[in-house]
Design a protein around this ligand. Structure first.
Ligand code: AMP
Length: 280
């Protein structure tokens, strides 16, 4: 695996491969890689001739009181994982490489960015949309791989690609979980042993929500049931439980077709998110 830190070098490396007809798969990450990220890399490896992974902790998508500075980082471990998963290129730029001067251009998908995550993290998806578009223009892949774990991010990126006519296929990889249901996340490292024990509650509540939806409950009823279950656990502080259309992020009343159940909650000080997409 080649490690590349500049935009110019990555473009120089990829251009001849693209010209010779090789397909390029791209997996954007913020590092501190786990089996969830690995699943994305393996999916890309299966489908593409060349696999590019980026590790970039994007300051633009963190709010002023969020964990940008303390976000976990472990380059050596990440490189070992990516070599084992047979990535071809690791693009690991410094912040100054991506943002050499303050941006005056905005990339935003406001319709999909203000609900759910956007209520607590109002500038988050603007930062995501901006960096994703920049990275896609740098790598120019045939396919880009994202995890269902970040369901609203998937909706934002899907709409961005469509609205701006980017000829890049979006691949969505199912959420990888621990045996007890907890979705793998780089932020799980923040959990104390007690918090780690209760953290699978998010997934349990989603499963209960799915059962209620499958039994015919409407959106508000499923949402209220999930909220009530989360409020029973003293170590968990609910941010939101929602029942939405997975493309528009709008609340769904009648539960038919594709439905996303989504939860965000603080376990101790750590904010965790999870979701399930149902086809009813
Ligand atoms: P991050 O490093 O948290 O920005 O995540 C990079 C990519 O990995 C995103 O597309 C995430 O949705 C995806 N991802 C993170 N955790 C998981 C997981 N548990 N299962 C599947 N994909 C994941």
């Amino acid at each position: 695996m080649q490690v590349v830190t500049t935009i110019a070098e990555l473009r120089a490396q990829l251009a001849p491969l693209r010209q010779s007809g090789r397909t390029i798969g791209f997996v954007p990450t913020m590092g501190y890689l786990h089996r969830g990220h690995e699943a994305l890399v393996r999916a890309a490896r299966q489908e593409c001739d060349v696999v590019v992974v980026s590790i970039f902790v994007n300051p633009l998508q963190f709010g002023p009181t969020e964990d940008f500075e303390s976000y976990p980082r472990d380059s050596e471990h990440d490189r070992a994982i990516l070599s084992a998963a047979r990535a071809d290129f690791l693009f690991q730029p410094a912040v100054e490489e991506i943002y050499p001067r303050p941006l005056v251009t905005e990339v935003a998908v406001p319709e999909l960015s203000h609900s759910l995550e956007g209520r607590t993290r109002p500038t988050h998806f603007k930062g995501v949309a901006t960096v994703v578009l920049k990275l896609l223009h740098i790598v120019w892949p045939d396919r880009a791989y994202f995890g269902q774990k970040d369901g609203q991010q998937v909706a934002v990126v899907r709409r961005l690609l469509s609205d701006l006519d980017l000829p890049i296929e979006l691949r969505v990889v199912p959420t990888v979980r621990e045996d007890d249901g907890l979705a793998l996340s780089s932020r799980n490292v923040y959990l104390s042993p007690d918090e780690r024990q209760v953290a699978p509650l998010l997934h349990k509540v989603l499963v209960r929500g799915r059962e209620a939806a499958q039994a015919g409950s409407d959106g508000p009823t499923v949402q209220a049931a999930m909220e009530a279950l989360l409020r029973q656990e003293p170590l968990v502080r609910l941010d939101y439980a929602a029942v939405v259309d997975p493309d528009s992020m709008q609340p769904k009343h009648e539960l038919t077709g594709r439905v996303m159940l989504a939860i965000a909650a603080y376990v101790g000080k750590t904010r965790l998110i999870d979701n399930l997409v149902l086809d009813l």
